[in-house]
Write a protein that binds this ligand. Structure first.
Ligand SMILES: Nc1ncnc2c1ncn2[C@@H]1O[C@H](COP(=O)(O)OP(=O)(O)OP(=O)(O)O)[C@@H](O)[C@H]1O
Length: 253
């Protein structure tokens, strides 16, 4: 039981075409903690993550039923504003997608969209956010060079800095280290551990060891249902459900 969830998912059902992809999901995501969603390929983890910032809106043939409350506001209420909802969330995908512009402009992008054009203010914001993702020292002398020239690991940290620069409350990561080498993976994992003081973080991961290293809570998803949710050690070391037990022992994956 989470006393003050940041995100509360209630009776959520998602259909894509004829397929019932998410089945009556009830899940409370705790505030300022790392929650990982684990489960076998195709079980619905990414779809569940996408419901949290209405990313499924862009897909045709999708029906979403139920509620997703963020800070108590149902983001599926017909009156809810998608821009306002998305401003609360930074999204990290499997591969980094830097914008086709220089490093500085990537980080300043979101602020400019929201009307902040002051060079002095943007300089401060760009430096702060690059420092927050431990990238400043590596790029401070080449802020005007194209972001695509960075290594993949640096690009992923840049994308995180770009997301953080719009001051979100929540970070959603869809297997954000799957394209990274072990050193860059470690850097991102350490960042999540630092950032959880300020942000609520939800991660989809295939890597059970990663879930164990970074998460406070774990939700096990299987065939579109939440089978078990609880503190990391409990779910991984002492699961209540047989399906979870089988999965964490490596019988399914
Ligand atoms: N746009 C779509 N059209 C049709 N089916 C879809 C679509 N997106 C997802 N699905 C289906 O929904 C189910 C859940 O997919 P999802 O990507 O959420 O699973 P996942 O657990 O994240 O898988 P993986 O770990 O392999 O990334 C799958 O059967 C998938 O084929």
């Amino acid at each position: 039981m989470i006393l003050q969830p940041h995100i509360s998912i209630q009776n959520l059902n998602v259909h894509i075409g004829e397929n019932h992809i998410l089945k009556n999901i009830n899940l409370d995501i705790p505030d300022k903690k790392v929650t990982s969603l684990i489960g076998p390929s195709g079980c619905g983890k990414t779809t569940l993550l996408k419901t949290m910032n209405r990313l499924l809106d862009n897909q045709t043939d999708v029906r979403v039923g139920g509620k997703v409350l963020v800070d108590g506001e149902n983001i599926y209420d017909p009156k809810a504003e998608v821009t306002h909802i998305r401003k609360k969330m930074g999204l990290l995908s499997q591969r980094p997608f830097p914008l086709p512009m220089n490093i500085y402009d990537n980080v300043a992008y979101g602020q400019r969209i929201h009307g902040n054009y002051s060079k002095a203010a943007l300089d401060v914001i760009v430096e702060k956010n690059l420092r927050d993702v431990n990238l400043w020292d590596e790029v401070k002398d080449r802020l005007k060079s194209p972001a695509t020239r960075l290594s993949i690991g640096q690009q992923q940290r840049l994308c995180l800095a770009r997301g953080l620069a719009i001051e979100p409350e929540i970070i959603l990561g869809d297997e954000p280290t799957s394209a990274l080498d072990p050193i860059s993976t470690q850097a991102i994992e350490e960042l999540f551990l630092q950032l959880k003081d300020k942000y609520t973080i939800v991660l989809v991961t295939h890597i059970l060891r990663q879930a164990r290293r970074v998460s406070d809570y774990i939700g096990f998803v299987y065939m579109g249902e939440i089978i078990e949710f609880g503190p990391t050690e409990e779910v991984l070391l002492n699961p209540k459900e047989k399906l979870t037990k089988d999965y964490v022992k490596g019988f399914m994956s």
